[in-house]
Design a protein around this ligand. Structure first.
Ligand SMILES: [Zn+2]
Length: 156
């Protein structure tokens, strides 16, 4: 039997994870989701559970992750991964109703992995200065779109 050694994630890892998730959530304008976070032992390193109606999501960071992958970079990657799943959650939910669960999972992750790789390689540019003009412009466009789609903005 193969023994898989796991490494514990710390409270600091969890804080970084939550911070990264909410930053990407804002970046994508996924502000209609109310996200709550859990730090507990699960089989996967992280997980994103969501409602089909797109109202809420529960994102979990496992207290144990694969030993050799544990690093800040790995935590950042996990956070972006879960938010990308949220980004295509509506499409994935619909696909699961018609198609084989595993096949949808594979197709979903083809998109998620590409997004994660591209965005992580660009994140220094994207977030180089949280206050720079480009980000403010992107954010105001997202805020406007949000108002159009979901009505008056509400604080979450
Ligand atoms: Zn995944």
């Amino acid at each position: 039997m193969e023994i898989v050694l796991k490494e514990k994630t710390t409270e600091e890892d969890f804080e970084l994870f939550k911070f990264r998730c909410s930053r990407w959530q804002k970046f994508f304008g996924l502000i209609n989701f109310v996200i709550s976070y859990r730090h507990k032992k699960i089989d996967d390193d992280a997980q994103c559970a969501y409602s089909d109606s797109g109202k809420w999501a529960v994102i979990t960071l496992s207290t144990e992750v694969n030993e050799y992958e544990h690093s800040d970079h790995f935590i950042k990657e996990l956070a972006l991964h879960e938010i990308c799943e949220l980004l295509i959650s509506n499409l994935a939910s619909m696909a699961r109703l018609r198609f084989n669960y595993e096949e949808v999972e594979v197709a979903e992750h083809e998109i998620v992995m590409r997004l994660v790789n591209v965005l992580l390689s660009l994140e220094d540019k994207i977030f180089e200065d949280e206050d720079n003009r480009t980000n403010l412009i992107i954010q105001s466009v997202l805020d406007e779109e949000h108002k159009e789609i979901f009505g008056a903005s509400k604080e979450i």
